[in-house]
Design a binder for this molecule. Structure first.
Ligand SMILES: C[S@@+](CC[C@H](N)C(=O)[O-])C[C@H]1O[C@@H](n2cnc3c(N)ncnc32)[C@H](O)[C@@H]1O
Length: 361
């Protein structure tokens, strides 16, 4: 029976817990402000400009000064911009600009990952998935979902895939310079397809994705780049050619999203040339799920999983449902061996979120 008097230690614990929970609400509201700052060009006009008043920021961005003042005070409260002590000036440091403003040349660019809040009917469908067990493919997120993924993963693809990752793979660059056949399976908006096709004009690059919106966007990027060595397919990993065709296959951040990863790996095995190479980029995670808690971003990863990865991986009845943190190196190594691949090398390139695997028949 409760005495009605709460011991102060449990009151303190509850206060701390309440603070922790409200911090997530704060994160939600700050995320909205980051999205608006990105969308309205506020970070871009502040980048490299030194300390500015809210009026100065508003004038540069062509926006209303009172709204910008509230936004920039919020940014300072969140620790994202500097608020000068003496006068009401606000500064985006170079480090902050690399993360919030510089989409073209910074590997750390992150602002593109902050979309508007999820649409209510999408959340209704997500709640329904908890009841039915069946999730939703990426296409359910519409063209905006493709755009968000492109902006979240694109900077890495544009800046690291060709210069940093490919040279670490045995003989791939030399082969593709001479001319080879490449498949990017689960290519999304086609950022890697474009990067590969530009870098290796003598090679033909095929992009495969089950998402109609992704393939539409990829067609646009390929046309904008004026490339004639690309073929795009609105079809999945299991629809790859049934005979050795590709000198190089990529699956970037997508195997764990597939409903049938084992069958997909089998299809890749059949479609790859005997001396071909398969590059897998997948999420850094541990065989024992609890060990993932060492990742300070694990809660965000589980959020991505429910909203996108797990949902996609369960979007057909009896889907494998690996989810964002479900494809760890041991499991992947086993699945590749079962499909008949004989070489499986892990490349732990200095990147906190991902691991890379070089797989060969
Ligand atoms: C997180 S996105 C990654 C996109 C792209 N590789 C990148 O790095 O930006 C995952 C993509 O995998 C695609 N996908 C899921 N299951 C697939 C399957 N079975 N075959 C081909 N693509 C699939 C989704 O439609 C989505 O575009």
């Amino acid at each position: 029976m409760s005495s009605g008097i709460e011991p102060s230690s449990s009151r303190e614990e509850a206060n701390l817990f309440a603070f922790q929970v409200w911090s997530y609400k704060q994160g939600e509201m700050v995320s909205l402000l980051i999205h608006l700052g990105d969308r309205l060009g506020l970070y871009r006009v502040m980048s490299g400009a030194g300390p500015l008043t809210a009026e100065g920021i508003a004038a540069r961005a062509g926006l209303d000064a009172r709204w910008v003042l509230e936004w920039v005070r919020g940014q300072a409260a969140a620790g994202l911009v500097r608020w000068d002590d003496d006068d009401d000036r606000f500064e985006l440091t170079d480090a902050a600009a690399a993360v919030l403003a510089d989409e073209q040349s910074s590997l750390l660019f992150a602002a593109g990952a902050f979309g508007p809040p999820a649409a209510p009917d999408f959340v209704d469908d997500l709640a329904e998935s908890f009841r039915s067990g069946v999730g939703m493919p990426y296409d359910r997120q519409g063209p905006a979902g493709v755009h968000r993924t492109e902006r979240m993963l694109g900077p890495w693809t544009r800046l690291a895939l060709v210069p940093r990752i490919l040279p670490a793979l045995d003989g791939v660059v030399a082969k593709l310079e001479q001319g080879g056949v490449v498949a990017d399976v689960g290519c999304g908006a086609g950022v890697a397809v474009v990067a590969m096709a530009k870098r290796f004009p003598r090679s033909r690059v095929h992009g495969y994705d089950i998402s109609r919106h992704a393939i539409e966007r990829a067609h646009q990027l390929v046309a904008d780049a004026g490339l004639d060595n690309v073929t795009l397919h609105n079809s999945g990993a299991c629809d790859l050619p049934d005979e050795p065709t590709f000198d190089f296959v990529l699956t970037l951040d997508c195997l764990h999203d597939m409903t049938r990863p084992a069958q997909s790996i089998g299809a890749i095995r059949r479609s790859i040339a005997p001396d071909g190479t398969w590059l897998i980029k997948d999420i850094r995670c541990a065989p024992v799920p609890k060990d993932n808690l060492a990742n300070p971003m694990a809660a965000m990863m589980y959020g991505f999983s429910v909203a996108s990865c797990l949902s996609s991986a369960l979007s057909e009845p009896d889907g494998a449902g690996l989810g964002t943190l479900g494809l760890h190196p041991e499991l992947l190594g086993r699945m590749c061996a079962d499909a008949g691949f004989s070489r499986f090398d892990l490349h732990d390139i200095d990147e906190p979120a991902n691991l890379y695997y070089e797989v060969r028949p």
